[in-house]
Design a binder for this molecule. Sequence first.
Ligand SMILES: [Fe+2]
Length: 189
Amino acid sequence: MKHPEPATRGSGKIPTHTGLLDRPLDFLVEDHLRECQICAVIDSLATTATLDRTHVLCVLRFLNEELNVHLRDEVEDLFPLLVARCLPEDAIENAITRVRVDHDEALRLLPDVRASLSTCLDTGSALSQEERKVLTRFAGHVRGHLVAENAILLPIARVRLTRADLRTLSRHMRSRRGLPERPETSDAE
Ligand SMILES: [Fe+2]
């Protein structure tokens, strides 16, 4: 049975539709659009004097429910599949190492970003200058990872990963989101 795709697909304004998990690389591209959208919201929080509570809630939901799962999709599944399938001339390990720098920095800053936004939401206080700088750095690292992945890793994955790899990726991404296995996982992608 086909899953209908959402009308707003491509906007990044809502979490990526799970109906896209049958095409895991497309799902990751869509997640990157979502991240791009959230980074713009974070930038606006970092530069606007008045705290927009709706924006803070939107970012906190993304941080708590989406970002970590996305990073695990890549670190635990996509990257190992790429390492297994790529040829030496792809220099994939160098590309992954570069992406991992942004991953790791974003994860290192994540607790501070989450704490700052939660405190502002609870107390109604404004973000300090230091907190604004951390938000900006965090958005930069999230943006850095998605640009490198869209430009390098995902195009190579489309060439090198087998259909069986894509089915495995899809299955693991579904499991990570608490979704049951599809009864018939025909060729993903
Ligand atoms: Fe990513």
